[in-house]
Design a protein around this ligand. Structure first.
Ligand code: FE2
Ligand code: FE2
Length: 136
């Protein structure tokens, strides 16, 4: 199974530079993980990259929620719940992989990471752009 390459594009900008930069880093780390998986790197190396991605995601979610709070974003509560649900599911997948040496198990999880992280950035985070540029 070969995974598609999904790169950052400026259309994904939400108009808050620090968060855009973090989104770029997340997209790059996800791409690196997919690249290493496609190259059949050892499971240990993949799991190290996966752990790093989870840590980066955790820090990003916390930072994003703080910024959304500071700009009084009305969707904050629901948005934070989505963050928590994504992180919980990803950590569960990570735990499942601890006992696996099967690279196909890892690829299935990559599809979920792509859909959940990529989808969240481009659909949910993007909503804040409308809020920032709303008519007064
Ligand atoms: Fe985000
Ligand atoms: Fe978010």
């Amino acid at each position: 199974m070969k995974l598609a390459d999904v790169a950052w594009s400026d259309t994904m900008s939400i108009g808050i530079t620090s968060l855009d930069n973090e989104h770029k880093v997340l997209a790059q780390k996800l791409e690196l993980l997919k690249l290493c998986s496609n190259m059949n790197e050892p499971m240990e190396a993949l799991l190290n990259l996966f752990d790093d991605l989870i840590e980066t995601l955790h820090i990003h979610f916390t930072h994003e929620e703080l910024i959304f709070k500071n700009i009084s974003y009305p969707g904050l509560k629901q948005h934070a719940q989505v963050h928590a649900a994504i992180l919980k599911k990803i950590k569960n997948y990570r735990d499942q992989l601890s006992n696996s040496t099967n690279q196909d198990d890892f690829r299935k999880i990559l599809l979920f990471l792509d859909a959940s992280i990529g989808g969240h950035l481009s659909l949910e985070d993007a909503k804040v752009k409308d809020f920032i540029h709303r008519a007064e």
